[in-house]
Design a protein around this ligand. Structure first.
Ligand code: SF4
Length: 90
């Protein structure tokens, strides 16, 4: 076996380990993100707007009735303390 072949295998093994570790980390982050949703009570969610602020113009809104942060179904005209306006939102 040549030195170059040995290094090449080591490099390949290193890449595989990195890919597996990355995939595992991504999965863990994805699961953590899914579990990190907060309750409507914690978010101080209400099913009506707060002035001009409402879910349908929030960055966290997932049409038609979900939110990246708050668990459960939400109204597009709702609001919570995590409101973050989309760019050019009105
Ligand atoms: S206002 Fe709150 S509940 Fe509505 S989409 Fe934004 S973060 Fe979610």
């Amino acid at each position: 076996m040549s030195v170059a072949g040995s290094v090449s295998r080591r490099t390949l093994f290193g890449r595989i380990v990195t890919m597996v570790a990355g995939a595992a980390a991504y999965g863990a982050v994805g699961r953590a993100a899914a579990q990190k949703k907060v309750s409507k009570l914690e978010a101080k969610y209400q099913d009506h707007p707060n002035g001009q602020q409402r879910c349908e113009i929030c960055l966290n809104f997932l049409a038609p009735d979900r939110c990246r942060i708050v668990e459960g179904r939400i109204s597009k005209t709702g609001w919570c303390q995590f409101f973050a306006a989309k760019e050019n939102a009105h």
